[in-house]
Design a protein around this ligand. Structure first.
Ligand code: PEP
Ligand code: MG
Length: 319
């Protein structure tokens, strides 16, 4: 019986009417990857590589990074692994990168801006990824994209190193976590193999509310209609290029939010390993017609509380 349950847990997720919805896991370590595999994750939708860079005095070199990425990839046999490029700065300090003190760190040197300001950091990380066996299962994801220029710069570096190292194509995608990226998703999709919405930062920047500030925490809700409208814009922009959209921020793991995300066009939900089984079970109870109607109603709601009220009613209907 246990073997049968495991086999069921390993099956790809699909809605009741047969639309495939991938359920991936967000990971920070090899131990997370093992937990994700055991929970039936179809892949890794977000490897937070910065965890390897924090709380230390020198940056990890190619060999150390490669060992870490190799361990995660090996723990998820046959499955895709989205490796996010270093996402430090803002609320994630890395002292040895010597980012000068900033008055507004959330609006300063963070995410891909750091890697482009310190080309040796990007070079080292890309070399480590390209050294992973089965690198064709790896997908490289760029955090905090605000314009196509950043994506083009990363692709140039990637292509140069692939040529030098004799490595074949590797998918390159953009995180959509700035309002600029969401509003220009069609333009970004022209340069990306996939888009992944970072709903934590997208919510912070759309609502102009610091995600780490308890004074505004009560107002931070990714189900605010403004956030949902930007997610719709992202899905519509990506669809013009046939580029798939995932959500790897906290919204994907919120059972009230996931049906709306699927209704808006999201096809991959990346959640903490412990949330994988419940997210798959939820997806199996959805039908595309119902989630599309539900998403349309959510987009027309007056505020986040209104969206949550609709979502609770929807949850009761499908339970
Ligand atoms: C996000 O912003 O939603 C995200 C997934 O990235 P992080 O939470 O690591 O900033
Ligand atoms: Mg983020």
């Amino acid at each position: 019986a246990e073997a049968a349950a495991l086999a069921a847990g390993d099956r790809p997720a699909a809605t009741a009417d047969g639309q495939a919805i991938h359920v991936y896991a967000n990971l920070g370590s090899v131990a997370d990857a093992e937990a994700a595999a055991a929970a039936g994750a179809e892949g890794c939708g977000l490897l937070r590589t910065e965890i390897l860079f924090l709380d230390r005095s020198v940056a990890p070199d190619v060999a150390e990074q490669a060992a870490d990425y190799r361990g995660v990839v090996a723990a998820l046999p046959g499955r895709p692994v989205v490796i996010r490029l270093l996402d430090v700065g803002g609320d994630k300090p890395a002292p040895y990168l010597a980012i000068p003190p900033e008055e507004n760190p959330a609006l300063g040197l963070r995410g891909i801006r750091v890697s482009l300001a310190r080309p040796e950091v990007l070079d080292t990380q890309l070399r480590a990824i390209l050294a992973v066996p089965e690198v064709e299962r790896c997908r490289i994801m760029v955090p905090m994209v605000a314009s196509i220029d950043e994506l083009i710069a990363v692709r140039e570096a990637l292509d140069r190193l692939r040529a030098e190292l004799g490595v074949g194509p590797v998918q390159l995608g953009a995180m959509i976590e700035t309002p600029a990226a969401a509003a220009t998703a069609d333009l970004i999709a022209a340069h990306a193999d996939f888009l992944s919405i970072g709903s934590n930062d997208l919510t912070q920047y759309v609502l102009a509310m610091d995600r780490g500030n308890p004074a505004v925490a009560a107002g931070i809700d990714g189900l605010h209609p403004a956030v949902l409208r930007l997610i719709r814009m992202t899905c519509e922009g990506a669809a013009t290029r046939g580029v798939p959209v995932s959500v790897c921020g906290g919204l994907a793991a919120d059972p009230l939010a996931a049906p709306i995300l699927v209704g808006l066009g999201v096809r991959t939900l990346s959640v903490p390993p412990a949330r994988v089984p419940a997210t798959k079970a939820l997806v199996a109870r959805l039908t595309m017609a119902a989630v599309r109607d539900h998403a349309a109603a959510a987009l027309a709601a007056a505020n986040a509380a209104g969206v949550r009220a609709l979502a609770r009613r929807f949850a009761e209907e499908i339970s």
